[in-house]
Design a binder for this molecule. Structure first.
Ligand code: BES
Ligand code: ZN
Ligand code: ZN
Length: 503
């Protein structure tokens, strides 16, 4: 990864210096300095550049090349990140491996740590190259060259906190890029074992524990719902159990849906866009990325992460609608639709974490329903929880960083739709209504009324349109959201210390 420096003077050998300008007011206060630096009159500068979001103007100042980059008035973290990501991607040719980012022209101090984090995150996300399997040699992005370095120029009193923020941004984006790669990988390159190997390698590299249960162990433990979904598959299932920080008092549990390809099974999906179902392990990727990042940042928390892994395929052994299956919890499930497979493997994941780790907070992430995509498009994850404070924390962080969540109700009446004549519960209501909510009710059935459980349906946000690809591709959603949530929880213990519930 790229290296960085923090200093208070622009060195003369930088290939390009980007000067972020947050709207017209910020430009106004920078104009005098810019005029004296570049020799271009302030009137000319303000005629050609307003500081508007995404706009830019290049000034040549002797041997220096300054790029004024507009962020718009009061840019959020998400905006700053997006603008820098687009610059890194679209203006790749104009960037240099020796890049300066100057904040000398700015007197706004508040929130500068977030700005720095967003800048480095955006720049590096913008280097992402999707053509992993192209056989022709690609041009390396200037910021990925061996000697690449980003030089932040800041007032000396910002240095200490600034450096910390940059390091944290870099750690985050490094993991996000790894997660994006994993979600973009074609299904044949990410079998359950391949993802388990990813977790093992990550755990060794970043200092946490990961265990992988193979099929005999999964049978032995009684993860029957995972085994049921796997019955049609060529590849045996895996169950990854990762753990970090066992020495800390508070335990947070995360569970991620790891379906490496969702064909629908016997309830086969239509073929249009079926290839996108390689991303049906986006929840697994997000929680694995989170434990990697939490370990990297050495956060003082006990984190346990469970990832059930299988594809959902058709074979003579595959489960059929009408089958009744067993689960880790001991509850029986009637299969109505084999395409509602995510909730089955999550049920086992949730029960396993509850029984063996008793976390104070339990959050699952899953690309669970098309219903969420129809409701929110690509703008927000569906959030389901009975815990108001947990909901508010996730909401506030998501809004700030651009990984939005939106809460939907899980009133008890919705459970009526999931009642089965023959088993304890069925996996689909059979009706084309309230799909995301009834899926959440199914999961809730396996949470033993845990007071601080939240489910995030990330079907619309894990995979989306991007400037890197013609087709939809991975977004890296969830890693930053969960990690910031955990950081906040460590700081203020708002969820662990409150019993705020809603009926
Ligand atoms: N993996 C899909 C959900 C999905 C849809 C993710 C679109 C991303 C984009 C899930 O397993 C599924 O097939 N859900 C069904 C459930 C239904 C059969 C009850 C759905 O939403 O249609
Ligand atoms: Zn499905
Ligand atoms: Zn699925």
């Amino acid at each position: 990864m790229v290296s960085y420096t923090v200093s208070h003077q622009l060195s003369s050998d930088l290939g390009l210096v980007i000067v972020p300008i947050a709207g017209a007011k910020a430009l106004e206060s920078a104009l005098n300095l810019l005029e004296s630096e570049s020799g271009v009159s302030r009137d000319f500068i303000s005629k050609d550049f307003s500081g508007e979001k995404g706009s830019h103007l290049v000034l040549y100042a002797g041997k220096r090349r300054l790029m004024l980059l507009g962020l718009g008035e009061n840019p959020s973290f998400a905006t700053t990140l997006r603008v820098f990501r687009q610059v890194a991607h679209k203006m790749k040719k104009r960037l240099s491996p020796n890049l300066g980012i100057s904040f000398l022209y700015q007197n706004e101090v508040e929130g500068f740590e977030e700005t720095l984090n967003a800048v480095i995150s955006g720049l590096l996300l913008g280097t992402y190259q999707i053509g992993r399997y192209k056989t022709e040699e690609k041009e390396t992005h200037p910021l990925l060259e061996d000697n690449a370095s980003i030089h932040f120029v800041l007032e000396p009193e910002w240095h200490q906190n600034g450096e910390k923020a940059i390091a944290e941004g870099l750690a985050t984006v490094e993991t996000q890029l790894r997660i994006i790669d994993l979600v973009n990988a074609p299904s044949n390159k990410k079998t359950p074992q391949a993802i388990a190997n990813w977790a093992l390698e990550s755990s060794e590299r970043y200092g946490y524990k990961a265990r992988v249960f193979d099929k005999p162990m999964i049978e032995d433990k009684g993860l029957h719902a995972l085994l049921a979904v796997n019955r049609g598959s060529e590849f045996p299932p895996r169950f990854v159990m990762a753990e970090y920080g066992a020495e800390y008092e508070h335990t947070i549990g995360l569970v991620g849906k790891g379906v490496t390809f969702d064909s629908g099974g016997l309830s086969l999906k239509p073929s249009a866009n079926m290839h996108y179902m390689k991303s049906d392990m986006g929840g697994a990727a997000a929680v694995l990325g989170t434990i990697e990042l939490v370990a990297k940042l050495k956060l003082p928390i006990h984190l346990v992460v469970a990832v059930p892994l299988t594809d959902n395929s058709i074979g003579s052994m595959a489960i059929k609608p009408s089958d009744v299956i067993d689960s880790y919890s001991g509850k029986s499930i009637e299969i109505i639709d084999t395409d509602a497979e995510g909730r089955l493997i999550l049920a086992d994941g949730l029960s396993y974490v509850l029984k063996n780790y008793k976390p104070e907070i339990l959050i699952d992430l899953a690309t669970l329903t098309g219903s969420t995509v129809r409701t929110f498009g690509y703008q927000a994850a569906g959030l389901f929880t009975n815990h108001d404070v947990l909901a508010k924390q996730l909401n506030d962080i998501g809004e700030e960083i651009g990984e939005r969540v939106w809460r939907l109700p899980i009133w008890e009446e919705y459970l009526d739709d999931m009642k089965s004549d023959v088993a304890d519960i069925k996996n689909f209501s059979g009706r084309p209504i309230a799909g995301a909510i009834t899926a959440a009710k199914f999961l809730e059935f396996f949470t033993e009324s845990h007071p601080a459980w939240a489910h995030l349906d990330i079907a619309g946000v894990a995979f989306g349109d991007s400037e890197f690809s013609i087709q939809k591709s991975a977004t890296g959603y969830g890693v930053r959201l969960l990690t910031q949530f955990i950081q906040k929880e460590i700081e203020v213990k708002s969820v662990t210390s409150s019993a705020s519930m809603q009926g």
